[in-house]
Design a binder for this molecule. Structure first.
Ligand SMILES: [Zn+2]
Length: 182
């Protein structure tokens, strides 16, 4: 997998060559696995951490229909505690790429090189997904209304303190026994 020097994959990888399908004619289809396990640029202001899944491309009379589920991971801010986290979600895609381009049929089209570009479609879908509230974890406790402190950290700190206490509470003589039992 080619990695750009700046640490992410180029959006060029989101283009799929479908010229062969156009040639094969209506009714033909092909399954295309998608596996981009690294950070990839989707647009100037949008990066995804990973994309995985597979798409079925079907030649129809109007162009190429793409269908399938993609698992995406997108770094964003938790709506409760405001910490950055990787939001993972599944995108169900069913979109026609018109060929020849026809705005009345679809906003998307196969370009003159016989390629479809998934980037604009992903961008649109991700923006819709991101318009919903999302949390770093189901039990995120958010920020304290009084102090603004991240309550997740407070609980982790408390749990850690308890562990330390538990460890220190073992009688040194028992600790030797524990050692022997191993
Ligand atoms: Zn959170």
């Amino acid at each position: 997998m080619p990695v750009a020097r700046s640490g992410y994959l180029k959006k060029r990888l989101l283009k799929l060559q479908v010229g062969f399908l156009l040639t094969e004619g209506p009714g033909n289809s092909r399954e295309v696995p998608i596996s981009l396990p690294q950070r990839i640029q989707v647009d100037s202001d949008l990066f995804l951490e990973s994309i995985a899944g597979s798409l079925v491309l079907t030649r129809t009379k109007e162009g190429i229909l793409i269908q399938g589920d993609l698992r995406l991971s997108h770094a964003r801010e938790c709506d409760r505690c405001l910490e950055a986290f990787d939001h993972a979600f599944v995108l169900s895609i069913a979109e026609l790429f018109a060929s020849p381009p026809d705005a009345n049929i679809s906003a998307f089209s196969v370009d003159s090189n016989g390629e479809i570009d998934l980037a604009p479609l992903l961008r649109e879908e991700v923006l819709i997904e991101e318009s919903y509230r999302s949390f770093c974890r189901d039990d995120c406790r958010g920020l304290s209304a009084d102090t603004g402190i991240n309550l997740n950290y407070e609980r982790e700190a408390a749990a850690e303190a308890m562990q330390l206490e538990g460890g220190a509470a073992i009688d040194p003589r028992l600790a030797v026994l524990k050692q022997l039992l191993k």
